[in-house]
Structure formats: structure tokens, C-alpha cells
Design a binder for this molecule. Structure first.
Ligand SMILES: [Zn+2]
Length: 189
């Protein structure tokens, strides 16, 4: 490592910690921010600081939020009877970006007691259908069965996104048409 460019190298290293960014891209980005357009660099730096200081998990759905409750959970025009279960908060962004779903969400981060009892609290608020929008896989079929069993005392319809979503492929890698169809043609589980 070139000691005289220690700070530049530190920036490259930090950028390289990001997903999909290798050494070459990291160097190019760092060079651009330092030498070509320091305004862009400052803008990114402020935006990151601001976002990290502000954004948190919505206490109801687990999605990304600037407040205790996210804008989706607060929106009374949405269908509050349908709960779409996703694997991570990123999937909410994807479904929202494409306007595919009009109900509420729940990020299923784990199957521990705490998560399941939180899910029960949410369901008890008047949910009548749970749509599992999980990556189709044998493991997730087991997750669906587990959740169904845990919620068997509630009067719920369980559905999952239809075939067309290939097994083992996560939602973000599915084309919009397939995802729309998968949601529209959801099937009973
Ligand atoms: Zn929320």
C-alpha cells in the first residue's frame, strides 16, 4: 500500500466493503469523488450520514422507516386486512416501487418466539389473509407450514405467490411481469 496515499486507500477499502463493488470499481469511484467531482463526494457523504442517522425499522412491519411507524403502516387507504410476508425490508421497496400490492407488510426476519408473537399481535389487528411472498424453496415451504401452524387459532386465509417465480430465485431477481402475475395468481396454501 502506498503510504503517502493512505486516505485515498482507506476510501477505496471502505467502498470495497459494499456489495458488488470490487477493487477496480472502488478505485474508480474514489478517484472520481476525490479528483473529478468533490461535490458529488460531499453529497454522498452527507446523504449517507443523514440516512444512517435517521432510518430505522418500522416497529409494526419491520420495513424501513424514518419514524416509529412507516408510511405504509400509517396509510389508512391501504387494505388493512391483507398482510404480505416478505423475507427482508428490501422486498417491500421492490413491491412498492411497482405498485403491486395494496395491503400491509411483515418482514419475517426470524422464527424465534419474539418474532412470532409480534406477528400474532399484528394479525390480531384484523388481518384476514396472509400472502407469503417468500423466495420459493423447500426451506420456505417449511417456514410457511410453521407460520400457518403458529397462527392456526386465527381465522386466516393463507396464500403464497404463484408459480412463475422460479424456485430459489429471490424476488429482486424476478422480472416485473412474472412478479405481478405471481401476486395476482396467488394460490392457497
Ligand atoms: Zn411499517
Amino acid at each position: 500500500m502506498n503510504r503517502s496515499l493512505e486516505k485515498f486507500n482507506r476510501l477505496v477499502d471502505a467502498l470495497q466493503d459494499l456489495p458488488t463493488i470490487g477493487k477496480k470499481s472502488a478505485t474508480r469511484l474514489a478517484y472520481f469523488m476525490v479528483m473529478n467531482d468533490s461535490f458529488v463526494g460531499m453529497k454522498i457523504s452527507h446523504a449517507i450520514e443523514d440516512a444512517l442517522g435517521t432510518l430505522k425499522k418500522c416497529t409494526a412491519c419491520g420495513g424501513m422507516s424514518e419514524d416509529e411507524l412507516c408510511f405504509i403502516c400509517c396509510d389508512e387507504r391501504r387494505d388493512s386486512g391483507v398482510l404480505c410476508m416478505v423475507e427482508n425490508a428490501k422486498d417491500i421497496l421492490l413491491l412498492e416501487e411497482n405498485g403491486l400490492f395494496d395491503g400491509r407488510y411483515f418482514v419475517l426476519e426470524s422464527l424465534d418466539e419474539l418474532s412470532v408473537s409480534h406477528l400474532e399481535e399484528v394479525v390480531a389487528q384484523g388481518i384476514s389473509e396472509i400472502v407469503f411472498a417468500l423466495t420459493p424453496s423447500i426451506a420456505n415451504d417449511a417456514v410457511i407450514l410453521y407460520i400457518e401452524d403458529k397462527l392456526r387459532d386465527y381465522d386466516l386465509h393463507f396464500t403464497k405467490i404463484a408459480q412463475g417465480v422460479p424456485t430459489g430465485v429471490s424476488l429482486e431477481n424476478i422480472d416485473l411481469l412474472s412478479l405481478t402475475r405471481a401476486l395476482e395468481d396467488r394460490v392457497r396454501v
